[in-house]
Design a protein around this ligand. Sequence first.
Ligand SMILES: [Zn+2]
Ligand SMILES: [Zn+2]
Length: 345
Amino acid sequence: MSDEAAVHTAIVWDGPRHARAEERTPPGPLGPGAVRVRVTSAGVCGTDIAVWSGQAARGRPGTVLGHEFGGRVIARADDVAGVGAAGVAIHDLVAVDPNVSCGTCAHCGRGHRARCAGRRLMGVDLDGGFQRTVDVPAAQLVPVPGADPRALGLVEPLAVGVHAVARAGVADGDRLGVIGGGPIGMASVVEARRRGADRTVLESDETRRTAIARTGAAAVAAGGWPDRGLDAVIDTVGRAATVRAALDAVRDGGTVCVVGLSHDDHLPPPDQLVRRELTLVGSFCYSTADLRVAAQLVIGQGLDTVPVELTTGLERIPGLLDRIGGGRMGRGKALVVPRAEGPTG
Ligand SMILES: [Zn+2]
Ligand SMILES: [Zn+2]
């Protein structure tokens, strides 16, 4: 038997600003409709920090954190014949949609699981992916055949960018602006490039601007926006000030898509939306189709899809949360691989 039967490390949230690595007893038999995934890659993001710090309204002490993850299928319940369009077999590589939804409402039927009224999020409301193996309802698997197993944790955050670009209506030849060069901003840039759009990112950090420039996008500091020169702007910050900056940057008839959640409540008055015929849309999570697009991006580009900072060892996640929660961001998306693993793992 492999080592996951002997030891099962999980990163458990204990309450505000405290997470710890716990050795749990290995999981028992799979429940109906479930698949067991050995995690090969997990991302740490702002939502994890919000839960960890106690700022999120949700989150239950004792929960295993992590909603951005993927790995290898190692077992499936007897009633799971195959998963996804082509079916998923033992040893296949998958990313996980962490949205647990009812599966029967109109939103779920259209692949918009994040819009389901009964939605719960793994890693926040339920145990998540910061553990050696995770049991997941088969309907939540996204096949990522042939990908670098270390990059599977990128599929979920990339899908957020894929969805934002779709919500912004970005088409071939459009000029897209993105406010914020963090992981969601970079994911939006990657998807906008795939769609053939021209990309400009507003980012205050010089190191990040250098990384952005390497992706073929223009990177500008505050003040570097073309006034009313863009067809669409994606705001990954979501403050009233950044929404206002986005509205000032789009052309008449343009679209502003807000994907960041900053919880301040002074949005600009609607008069310029009316007079300039602007469209203001929100973007939350992703659809199943967006996850499939993100999977293709990760199959093609692996760890090079967006700038990544790779850490080995789940037990190092509490330290990462301390660091990022303390304001020390890395140079790229924080990605954790449970153990040293090659690109073909
Ligand atoms: Zn996330
Ligand atoms: Zn539903």
